[in-house]
Design a protein around this ligand. Structure first.
Ligand code: IMP
Length: 429
């Protein structure tokens, strides 16, 4: 029996919420291992819609859930998201939810810095979610983070505050901002500590125990491989490793504990924020995909950029993230399109690439080379077996498998949980 890691194989927003929800209902423990409340996972259960940013999706199904050390943790957002879910009838208690004691906090000055930098960056703007994700990760690696466990030691935090204030006050001065108000920061932390500390726990120990008892663990990724700080379209990326490799380090288990890697892949491509997007359709086709696919960000409400399926990028994601099987989502959005295109390579000047060139200058100039594909007239919406799919839609899926070098494990044909074609059960491996 394998544990399963679920990761996005494009630029995020591939429809992880539904798949994670389905797997979470069959897991014993769900753990988030990177990112923060920049993520947006939508879960549709019956007539209820749950929108999660920071909390693991397992909570909605009542599965034990954990926020791992690799997540950057905004305690105020945590309190509000817990309250919002509780108001929707979800039971959230320390028996159901653990937060790693070693997770670094996102503090108000991280949010300030994120916004100040974006506003000052002109054409170099990354288009972040402005939630302080990048600055919080910088402080973690810079060894000046205030972490969840520090909330229990607020009367003895001078050395850490000296370090973090020395760094941030200099930066803030450069932006014409006053220094950090230490007394207010401590007051705010004292006020929020009670909302967090009951949930603080050694998540690595919970995982060790779960592993020893043969429990099924689901590692819930956020964002997508192309937003990975090492493997994505740098610098237009998030500040964490979104590849499956960080499931282990971001939660506190060895790499051998991650079994099946399920890569979520949308049947076309979208991205939010700035950065290269070779198969982007800034035209009627993009509009059509965006409208039909309701392509608006869960976190920021921003309109997503839309384009054709890019097999080059997904092939690369499959490789760098060791994806075992893909879950293809939103196939129904392509229903009724007369013809489709799949990007199979790039032209940069007179050079041909079958992978993403590393330099942002080349990525920006990359022209997509397409394979044309006949569309289908029937509907795939709500299909639960191959027999319910038009022959041409099956051909499209088969071609994607061939081009990305990875088999489809499941196909999702609507936001409803049951509207899924299961080819290979990730937990059964
Ligand atoms: P940050 O993670 O807020 O620093 O934003 C960095 C980049 O990642 C921006 O392009 C964001 O739009 C993008 N991003 C962050 N989280 C998500 C997500 O959950 N889905 C899609 N894009 C995201």
């Amino acid at each position: 029996m394998a544990n399963v890691a679920v990761i996005g194989a494009q630029w995020g927003d591939e429809g992880k919420g539904k798949i994670v929800d389905w797997l979470a209902s069959r897991a014993d423990l769900v753990v988030r291992f990177q990112g923060g409340h920049n993520a947006g996972h939508t879960l549709v259960v019956g007539d209820k819609v749950y929108k999660l940013s920071l909390l693991p999706s397992g909570l909605v199904r009542g599965t034990l859930s954990a926020i791992g050390n690799g997540v950057v943790f905004d305690p105020w957002h945590f309190r509000d998201e817990v309250a919002k879910l509780q108001a929707q009838g979800i039971e959230i208690t320390p028996e159901k939810l653990q937060v790693a004691e070693t997770a670094p906090l996102i503090l108000p000055f991280h949010r300030d810095l994120d916004a100040l930098r974006e506003d000052a960056s002109g054409a170099g703007k990354i288009g972040t979610t402005r939630r302080g994700i990048g600055p919080a990760y910088e402080d973690k690696v810079g060894r000046r983070a205030i972490r969840v466990c520090d909330l229990a030691h607020l009367d003895d935090l001078d050395a850490q505050l000296d370090r973090v204030c020395a760094h941030h006050d200099a930066l803030r001065a450069g932006f014409g901002q006053p220094p950090i108000d230490r007394a207010k920061l401590l007051d705010d932390l004292r006020e929020i500590a009670d909302a967090v500390l009951p949930y603080a726990a050694p998540v690595w120990l919970t995982l060790k125990d779960a592993k020893e008892r043969g429990r099924r663990i689901l590692f819930e990724g956020a964002q997508g491989v192309l937003l990975d700080v090492d493997h994505g379209t740098y610098p237009f990326v998030t500040s964490s490793n979104t590849v499956s490799g960080s499931a282990a380090s971001g939660s506190g288990l060895g790499p051998g504990s991650v079994g099946f890697v399920l890569g979520i892949v949308k049947a076309y491509t979208t991205r939010v924020g700035s950065g290269p997007f070779p198969s982007e359709q800034d035209n009627e086709i993009g509009e059509q995909l965006g409208t039909k696919g309701r392509e608006f960000g869960v976190v920021t409400g921003r309109k997503r950029r839309c384009g054709w399926f890019d097999a080059v990028l997904v092939r690369q994601s499959v490789a760098v993230s060791g994806i075992t099987g893909i879950a293809l989502t939103k196939l129904d959005i392509l229903d009724g399109m007369e013809s489709l295109r799949i990007c199979t390579g790039y032209k940069v000047g007179d050079k041909h690439y079958d992978y993403l060139p590393p330099a942002p200058q080349d990525q920006a100039r990359a022209e997509a080379i397409y394979e044309e594909f006949e569309g289908w007239s029937g509907s795939t919406a709500g299909a639960r077996s191959w027999a319910q799919l038009p022959a041409q839609a099956i051909k499209y899926i088969r071609r994607i498998e061939e081009l990305v070098g990875c088999p489809v494990a499941l196909v999702s044909t609507s936001p409803e949980r049951e509207d899924t074609i299961l080819v290979r059960d990730p937990f059964a491996d």
